[in-house]
Write a protein that binds this ligand. Sequence first.
Ligand code: SAM
Length: 269
Amino acid sequence: MSRPKRSLGQNFLHDTNIARKIVASMHLRNDDHVVEIGPGKGALTVPLLEELSHLTAIELDDELAARMRAAFGEKLTLIHGDVLDTDLHAVAKRAGGTVRVTGNIPYTITSPILFWIIDARESVRDCTLMMQREVAQRLTAKPRTKAYGILSVFAQYYAAPELLFSVPPKSFAPVPEVTSSVVHLDFQSPYHPAALSDRTFRAVVRGTFGKRRKTLRNGLRGLDIPQEALKNISLSLDRRPEELAVADFVLLADELTRHHVTISFPTAT
Ligand code: SAM
């Protein structure tokens, strides 16, 4: 077995009690369609497959992918590749229903993984993920706190996030420099009502938080919104993005949409 690869965020969980606690928190049914990101050597896969008749897992590492295939046979569908290149809608379609995503994920790609799930949310029931504690705290952060930012707004808009518990570094090998936390995001309880235009909502959140210390007026200016259109906004444009709740961002986006403002923001994905 080769040495753990830092580049793939390989900090393997060796505390079986924690692995069982994560799986127990999912309240699985035998026929749930679960997708595990980065099964590694199987720390979560083993307790998952004690509860499930079948599991899909996505692993990038050649050696670990081969090892997992050999260990679990037909109970496991192992997708050997990059999670971010995997079509989650297609996985859900093959599984025959919405999926439940889990994993002790590689921390360097936590945000891309969260957006990978958010972008496939019609096919996802919920996700239970272990990530760096600071990022987990951002998902549930409230306005006017240091942790509140783009991830907080998106997580609380597209899902209902809940911080479950923390896991100390000594539970992993090699020992990481950070504490971890397990988070649950329920995609069946998104913010309601949804914004009229998802694209405008995302652009407004990203565009204003891109200039976190600046007022909304300045942030929106960067989105090429005509000054004329800003007159129709009911929120005070002297506020800063970190003061706005999810409801305020939805209101702001909807007022722009109603006034036919189209935003051509390059990273509005
Ligand atoms: N689940 C195992 C555990 O808890 O011990 C391993 C967790 S380790 C933090 C992250 C796992 O994700 C590793 O097995 C790594 O090879 C895999 N991985 C890293 N980048 C990946 C990617 N882009 N797509 C799929 N798997 C990836």
